[in-house]
Design a protein around this ligand. Sequence first.
Ligand SMILES: C[S@@+](CC[C@H](N)C(=O)[O-])C[C@H]1O[C@@H](n2cnc3c(N)ncnc32)[C@H](O)[C@@H]1O
Length: 336
Amino acid sequence: MQPYQREQLWFPCSLDILAWDDSFHALMLGDQMRMKAYEAAIKTAVKPGDIVVDLGTGTGILARWACEAGARRVYGIECNAKILDRAGIELARFGYGERFIGINALSYAVALPERADMIISEIIGNLGDNEDCARILGDARRRMLAPGGRMLPQQLATYLVPVSSMRLHRQVTDGVCHSVSRAQNISTLLGALGLNSPFDIYYDAILPRSTYLSPPQPARRFDFDQDSHATDYTLSLRFTASAAGTLTGFKGYFVAELCDGIVLDIEGSDHGDGRYSDSWKHAYLPLRQPLAVNKGDVIEVTLSRRAQNDTDSPFSCRYHWQATVRSTQSVERVPA
Ligand SMILES: C[S@@+](CC[C@H](N)C(=O)[O-])C[C@H]1O[C@@H](n2cnc3c(N)ncnc32)[C@H](O)[C@@H]1O
């Protein structure tokens, strides 16, 4: 039986990274889509003898695959001491204890004794940069990567699509939100973020294509081989409704190119063998006031992101979004 249902509201894991415990790591390790793509990419891209940085090593799974691919040394950087202990034990259990160097720190504070041939990481959120990957990887690339070194993932694109889901709207209104671990509570999270309304945050949810009111559009693109990307931005998108419905919010998702030819695309929602991601799900950006939409109407959304520069919560950022619907019916009614 699948524990996750479509259009079911889940705690936004990326908003509380420092509280991730074993239950969330277990979910990530069981996410077949994530695991298959990353294992294939690392075993394609890491070459024998490489010096590798595994940024955000967690339980050490990416580091283990890098060792299996022949890495000479892997620096596993992890800010969560408890989970890093697990990585050390795992790597030793697989016989890679000599090649794995665990470093318990936030990556910004790490100075390595040598530069790496490759930086591997999985610090992507379902909205692309909601775990602050652009800033973290920009800093790591500048300070830790050797000239000509490679980044995995190498590119990331975020997409948005307007959706109609009264089921999700009701769950946000009623405060019905599932969580992976007991430590996750929406009211506590809102309080910690200084927010009052449950409509001021995004959620994790699986949104099938049947909820779309138009085709998705790319919102933001990151090339991790390139120099820095702005962490604060405002973007606007226009969609033409391909169906009538009630706009309740937007679905956000990412497509990542891990290495040449290996793409991780979390848009899908089909349960079954690796065809959707249950650790990421999708991001649901709710609207407090649902809006009626007719086919052909123009839906406009403005999304802004602001980094918080909060030393207690180094990943923290805020997204704001607002939408308008412009009816084109009067134009359509003009006789040809
Ligand atoms: C999504 S988990 C992935 C863990 C593991 N690499 C895997 O694939 O299963 C990301 C991990 O990176 C850590 N992390 C994120 N940003 C970090 C940073 N800038 N410095 C150190 N650790 C970081 C988090 O604590 C978390 O354990």
